[in-house]
Design a protein around this ligand. Structure first.
Ligand code: C5J
Length: 222
């Protein structure tokens, strides 16, 4: 078994069973005028991790390991958007409304797109998800089975919402999950710190955390 220097203890993995899951690196969470900003958040925090996420993606591609991207988005008729989600919070524009980058978090709209710097390559899986977690109402579970992966490295935004939800879903389904600490971000630094601590508490009850350099070293040495 190969290893990544991780917390709370080394993350053992088989390279052929490993994939990178990049959560929701979309313009709507990273740019002014998008969903994240409409909720009053400082999107600069998301922009700051883009180079690190890019480095992680490139490391997986170089190692020949799968990269799976997710996008939080809804059908244009909003039939997959429950009122409980649309009405939540007090945004200046709601999901489905027209904003400066098109309709917010709707499939095919400019703001829903993944940022150019970390965009999927042709052939990489892109999971369009209507929920915060990638397992709900998507093919994510079947895609992971088809790829034969068992160990997942996570990156993306936001740490305590879509990233943590998907990690918990995957952990419950038997996957071993590691979160790249410096390739994930929250609009709230204290929520990020708490999510990292929760994930690795109690002997990795939900998973492991490690810095991107340690992940890249682990897969390069494997
Ligand atoms: C949120 C996400 N925060 N991708 N979505 O609404 O974390």
């Amino acid at each position: 078994m190969a290893e990544i220097d991780a917390l709370p203890f080394p993350f053992a993995f088989r390279p052929e069973a490993m994939a990178l899951i990049v959560i929701d690196m979309q313009r709507d969470f990273a740019e002014p005028g998008g969903f994240g900003a409409s909720l009053g958040n400082d999107v600069g925090r998301v922009v700051a991790i883009v180079p690190t996420v890019k480095r992680l993606i490139e490391g997986f591609r170089t190692a020949g390991l799968p990269v799976i991207h997710t996008m939080e988005c809804h059908r244009s008729d909003l039939s997959d958007l429950p009122p409980a989600k649309r009405n939540r919070g007090n945004p200046s524009i709601r999901i489905g409304d027209a904003g400066p980058m098109g309709r917010v978090l709707v499939v095919g709209e400019p703001g829903t797109a993944i940022l150019d710097e970390v965009a999927p390559l042709p052939g990489e899986f892109v999971i369009e998800k209507p929920g915060k977690g990638a397992c709900y109402a998507t093919s994510f579970g079947e895609d992971l089975k088809r790829l034969g992966v068992q160990q997942l490295v996570f990156a993306g935004v936001t740490t305590e919402v879509c990233v943590q939800t998907t990690m918990r879903e995957a952990n419950d389904r038997g996957y071993e999950c590691l979160l790249a600490e410096d390739a994930t971000e929250s609009y709230f630094p204290e929520f990020k710190a708490a999510a990292l601590a929760m994930i690795r508490a109690q002997g990795a009850i939900v998973g492991w955390t490690a810095m991107t350099d340690q992940v890249l070293k682990g897969i390069a040495d494997a």
